[in-house]
Design a protein around this ligand. Sequence first.
Ligand SMILES: [Zn+2]
Length: 306
Amino acid sequence: MAKVPLVYHPEYSPEIPAGHRFPMEKFRLLAEFLRAEGVLTDANLFTPEAATQEDIALAHCADYVRDFRHGELSAKHMRQIGLPWSEGVCTRTFRAVGGTLLTARLALKYGLVAHLAGGTHHAHYDHGSGFCVFNDLAVAARVLVRGGEASRVLIIDCDVHQGDGTARILTDDPDIFTCSFHCRQNFPYRKAHSDFDIELDRGSDGRAYMQTMEHWLPYIFDLTQPDFVLYDAGVDVHDDDVLGHLHLKDADIAERDEYVIRQCLERGVPVACVIGGGYDKDRKRLAARHGVMHGVANRLYQEYAL
Ligand SMILES: [Zn+2]
């Protein structure tokens, strides 16, 4: 039986200084985990090109894109991003946006596709923030709509942090709808206005989370009538996450991912999934946590015989 198409590139995990608080190796560990689980094989692996500066400039200031490309952002801007600049980090940044673009394009063809990176939703028009340089969700949504490949895109962002960059960049796009399920007490402390912001209180568990999601998501689908969905399946909603203030368990994340993906498939709407945030000192455990989404996607891909 065919497996869900997956998008990954070995450049996703460049070397950064040991002990840095961003878990850069998680992308490589996620690929290893999915290989060991039999979810990722040579047959369903798709390798992206780097996004072009022109594609990225659909959602960002061209000067910002160029300055990052050449390592010429100010120290203040790099501090806001929270990552060191190196050729490796720079290359992976363009490559990962290309990965989300490829994931979206493949989803148009296959109906359901998952990326092993992506979800850099704190990146704003002319500056980065919170480990995010360029906003792959905003770039992919605009590329699809401007190219006529989709006409109404819904971005469902379930990372524990609000997708503030996405909301601000896309605020005036009438054909792209931003929807963020996040924890009220998490970063960013000054929230943006998504088209739909669904806030959960600190300490909410899986039951409260799913009740809220089941209440709102079908309504949001009915209202927006998307013909394409980008799904950010951030796992920083997990109980053991070092940044997130929600208390979902592994099984709750699996239930959430299945619910969101089924909402799309039941309506015949193609869905491209990205991994979003996740922070745990135990990097292997973190990679396995991200891999929950790919396992669920693979099961549903086969169930719906896509
Ligand atoms: Zn996050």
